[in-house]
Structures are given as C-alpha cells and as structure tokens.
Design a protein around this ligand. Sequence first.
Ligand SMILES: C[S@@+](CC[C@H](N)C(=O)[O-])C[C@H]1O[C@@H](n2cnc3c(N)ncnc32)[C@H](O)[C@@H]1O
Length: 238
Amino acid sequence: MQERLLKKVVSKKKLDGYLKEFFDTYYEDIPPFIHESLEEDYLYGLGETFAPCYVMQFYDEYQLMLNKYNLYLQFIELLKHNHPDLSNMTILDVGGGLIPSLGRRLAKDAKHVMVVDRWLTDKNNPTNLEVIKKEITCASELPKADIVIGFMPCEVTNILVEHACKTDADFLLETCGCVHDDSAMYHDPMYYWYAVRRFYENRKKYIEEMVASSNLGECIELDSYKNIPYTIYTNKTK
Ligand SMILES: C[S@@+](CC[C@H](N)C(=O)[O-])C[C@H]1O[C@@H](n2cnc3c(N)ncnc32)[C@H](O)[C@@H]1O
C-alpha cells in the first residue's frame, strides 16, 4: 500500500467534515489565500507523506498525522537533544503559523511559549502560549526568550537568527525550500538552479557569520533529520 502522511482511518469523507469544522472555528482568522490553498490541498496527505504548512496545521488540529511523518514531533525531538528539560524555558517561535501547532505542542513541556506570525489565531491555545500577531520586519522588536525556534519561517529566517544572536538565546531553525528572491534571473530557466544554489549558499554564509560574531558558540548544520527534508541550523555552546 502507498505510504501516506495520514492515519489509516482518515478518509476523504472524514477530511471534508474536519475541513468544515476548521473553517467554522477559525473563520475570522483565515485570510482568503489560505482558505483557497486549504480547499485545494487538504487531500494531500491521502497520497503523500508531506504537505504544505497550512495543511499540516489543519491535520495537526485533529491529530490526523502518523507520528512517523509528523514533522512537528521530529522538530521537538531534535530540540530536546540539546534541551532535554524545557520545563523552565521560555521559547519564541518565529513565523509560527496561522495555527501555532508547534507552539501548542511545545507548551505542554515548556514554561512559556511565545509565537509570532502575521497570521495567527488566538483561539484554542493553552494558557502558557502567548500570541504575538504582527508583520515582522528587520526593525521589529521581538521578545527575549531562552530559546528561539523557527520551523520553515520563510522570509523571517535571517531575522530569527539575528534576534537569537543579539539576545544570547540558543536557536533551532528548520529552513524551508522556498527562495525569497524575485530577481529577474528566476524567469530565465537557464539560471534558475544557479540562482537557487546561490540563495542557499548566501543564507548559509549569513547564518554562519552571525553565529561566529555572537556568544552562541559553534554553528551546526544538518542536511535533514528523519523526515524533515530541509537544512537545519542550530548553535552549540562550547
Ligand atoms: C511556511 S509557513 C510555516 C508556519 C509554521 N512554522 C509551520 O510550520 O506550521 C511560514 C510562516 O511565516 C510567516 N511569516 C513569513 N514572513 C513573515 C513576516 N514578515 N511577518 C510575520 N510572519 C511572517 C507566515 O505568515 C507563515 O505562517
């Protein structure tokens, strides 16, 4: 049988019901483009072992994903390699999503979790999860935390690392596959892969340089972890 992200009991009919409930619950929080992309992609997990981030958040709301493909669980496992006891820790999740799925899971173990994102619901969150709904720019003030994390935080990747370095907070970052650059090059297929590689190399260099000039010790890079497909960066204090 084909491998898939969702538990065996989850059928299309069940997903239709969950999607309706999801839209009813979060109606005011969901911007039109996310509404559309959920309607288009909500069946993804029936045939794939991976799904776009808003679809994963929808699935996680109802615990529909198999543990072995649940990337939030794998990210938490990785975080716990360096921080086995989170009970006294404050965590800041940058670009934490419309539904703060990772933040909600971490709030079970951590003292306090703050999630910042431009699209973010304040419904159904645990009391030790603080929602900071705002557009992040390089001029934004972000709160201090013991650990700064980001799970595919797109354009706020570099801001996350800068903030961790400035505030002496350990960080764990799972980058995403996107390339946030609409330079003319991308429209020329001859140069596309060259430009993508250059984007990844520049990001890596930027992150390594930021960490090298901070008190955060060594910058560690992992190509992937279990089913997490993209490059992960973290720091290791000597
Ligand atoms: C790929 S999604 C990942 C969401 C979440 N971490 C997850 O994996 O479920 C990237 C998130 O970063 C947020 N984001 C990107 N740029 C942002 C900005 N400038 N200000 C605030 N949020 C931003 C988006 O709104 C989106 O929720």
